[in-house]
Design a binder for this molecule. Sequence first.
Ligand SMILES: *Cc1c(COP(=O)(O)O)cnc(C)c1O
Length: 388
Amino acid sequence: MPDRAAPADLRRLAGLAREYGTPLYAFDLDRVRAQVAGLRAALPEGVGVLYSVKANPLPRICAVLAGLGLGAEVASPGELRAALAAGFGAEQILVSGPYKHPGLLTVPGVRVSVDSVSELAQLADRGTAHALLLRVRPDFAPACGIPMGPVSRFGIPAAELAHAGAILRGSDLDVIGFHVYPGSQNLRAADAVANLRNAYELTVRAAGSTGVDPRVLDLGGGFGIPYGPREPRPLDLGPVGDELARIQSCAPGVDLLLELGRYLVAAAGWYVTRVVAEQHYDGRVGVVVDGGTHHRPDLCGLDLARASFPPLLLGSPAGPGRTTDVTGCLCLPWDVLAEGVTMPAVQAGDLLAFANSGAYGLSAAPHSFISHPPPAQITFDRSRAEHV
Ligand SMILES: *Cc1c(COP(=O)(O)O)cnc(C)c1O
């Protein structure tokens, strides 16, 4: 994986900012490809990977991932359309989420993750030809930055699985397996291994309670990204691959799936802004930029303003560091992109690039607030750059 701040990247980003203006989202498709190659090298043969489209639904990013043979996990008609247009085959698409808009069930071949007993009962009444996975809520405490354990709301709780089994026995639904999602933003190999193991063991119990003999197990993923100095090291996939190989040997003939969003795309994206002014308040220095949290939200509650690496200064020679806030252009006190970071003094016109901005960016943002124009979104690779 290339460095977050490789000089060639900085030059490229500065060039894109000159060409397309700021604020700007820029996505390096070669980094997406490199991330998938690294993942593939660490996973045992036969483990499938679904791309969680909500992390970044841009058509060119989806097309790269489809072209590399991944599947897709979608939750709305728009995401389903994006996945199909990008080239994911219907059979490689898993529809999930607590509400299946009718538009999600009109494409033959897609698999459907059933989120609740109530949804299962409705499908049994109506009948459906889709192959189904039962999403089972973790009954263990997952170790993750963003856990979805026993007190989360998604999936069928273990206590309701017998009821689900009874519904299945009276129906002709085609349940092919289970789906467990322990959570997101996992950077520790031991935690990722424990989550996979616990998820697999839960599916074994779920098979006993429901009478389903699984052919497919989606065990989640939630592999994280080192956004900042609190968690600077990437996830070590070696032990994760070993655990998946062990699960494969326990479940011969069963297709294992992972579903990953940010892990595949976050490090491929930058949010590039231009410094427009400086503010002084409460003994602090704030550098105002032409972007803000309306474009770079913190939807997942990761405390990005305080926990991220400082933005990268593009172009100008770096001087000594000073403690700086980077404030956005909104008339909103908490529109702060970086708080108390150490960075060189900058001036109006300088360019600042926020790394690790490839996931949960514009599609997760309240970008119509205050009606600034939307940022351009550019995908690029070695050979070319394209406006999205
Ligand atoms: C959001 C989501 C993902 C992707 O999460 P990341 O943290 O981006 O990897 C995967 N599976 C489900 C069910 C999700 O809701």
